[in-house]
Design a protein around this ligand. Structure first.
Ligand SMILES: Nc1ncnc2c1ncn2[C@@H]1O[C@H](COP(=O)(O)OP(=O)(O)OP(=O)(O)O)[C@@H](O)[C@H]1O
Length: 335
């Protein structure tokens, strides 16, 4: 594990919507501090609508209206120097995309043109990013990359509809990693795939990471996928990271009451007792609760939780939690 290659500092990314002349602000990412390291797989987890995809867009410098960066910054470490993404021109961002940072958004399988063979999609991609205009050169590059990732090169001759959902997703990941980016940002790459197929996609991501020795930031609401792949996990609630820890520790000592619900709601082999899910419903990010946004659903909420957002408290090496129970020394009593 090395230095931070991707950093967010007090990052705020809000949607500004114009509804009948009135501006509605959705606080999708709120005061997020992250330091993602070289050569790690960092998982971001949390329930639907908590801001995971928005955080990825901000980290990938793929912010478009109505989304706006309202505060803080995102920095990349490129060739040993840290650069502030906000200082980059559109052209500089375009150049970094795919060669330095690859963003695989949700539903990215749709990048595969349904009426073109996979080889043509690969060729278009290669031609628009590299100085390779010989059809055969592009083909060799694509074929070698697929072989390197253990995928059958004959899929280059297929149309997307001839491939299974899992293979389409793998082809998409292979395409995004063709130029060997230092950072891959993936949004729910295993969602909508059945469990067996998911395993293949997770394995491919692992292989990519160990071959390229790069960094993967992965969003999925599936804690099982995080358990299988992530080195560290950040738990997101209502636009904020509320807990961060190495994966094993997150599963063995979940400390934020929200994380405890997330972990205890997972099925356990041989245990048929009903699993406890998070009570209540997620807050509206247009009008988030005061103080700690989890307080209305938290069985341990205290007065201070309603008034003030807690800062992060380190509870072990690499493990930090934003919860008043921990801050006030009641750590462990929430379990
Ligand atoms: N283009 C958009 N315009 C307006 N609001 C949006 C837009 N995209 C997302 N939002 C809102 O921002 C908040 C965070 O959404 P986001 O998609 O980042 O969450 P998520 O955790 O990725 O959810 P999911 O797992 O369902 O994809 C939600 O309240 C959502 O309704």
């Amino acid at each position: 594990m090395g230095d931070a290659i991707l950093r967010a500092e007090a990052l705020r990314a809000f949607y500004a919507l114009d509804i009948y002349g009135k501006t509605k602000i959705i606080k999708a990412v709120h005061d997020v501090d992250l330091a993602i390291r070289e050569n790690e797989i960092y998982g971001i987890a949390g329930e639907s609508g908590c801001g995971k995809s928005t955080l990825l867009k901000a980290l990938a410098a793929a912010v478009e209206p109505p989304l706006r960066i309202m505060g803080g910054k995102v920095c990349y470490r490129v060739n040993g120097a840290e650069i502030d993404v906000a200082a980059l021109s559109q052209e500089e961002k375009r150049r970094l995309r795919m060669t330095y940072i690859a963003y695989v958004p949700q539903g990215s399988m749709s990048v595969l043109n349904p009426v073109a063979r996979i080889r043509d999609t690969y060729r278009d991609f290669i031609e628009s990013h590299l100085d390779v205009h010989q059809k055969s050169d592009a083909f060799i590059l694509a074929r070698d990359h697929l072989i390197e990732l253990g995928l059958p090169p004959k899929i280059l001759d297929a149309y997307p509809h001839q491939l299974s959902g899992g293979m389409r997703q793998r082809v998409t990941i292979a395409l995004a990693t063709l130029l060997k980016p230092r950072i891959i940002i993936g949004d729910e790459p295993t969602t909508a795939l059945d469990v067996v197929v998911q395993r293949g996609v997770v394995q491919l991501l692992r292989d990519v990471q160990s071959r390229l020795k790069n960094t993967i930031v992965l969003v999925t609401h599936d804690m099982g996928v995080h358990a299988n792949i992530a080195d560290r996990i950040g738990i997101m609630y209502a636009g904020r990271i509320v807990e961060e820890a190495p994966t094993e520790r997150m599963f063995s000592v979940p400390t934020h009451p929200y994380t405890q619900y997330l972990i205890s709601s997972l099925p356990r082999f041989g245990d048929k007792t009903p699993r406890e899910s998070v009570p209540g419903s997620p807050p509206s990010l247009a009008n988030p609760p005061s103080g700690c946004p989890f307080h209305p659903r938290c069985p341990h909420a205290m007065e201070i939780c309603k008034r003030e957002m807690p800062g992060f408290t380190p509870v072990a090496p690499d493990h930090r939690v934003a919860c008043w129970l921990v801050e006030e020394g009641s750590y462990g009593k929430a379990a």
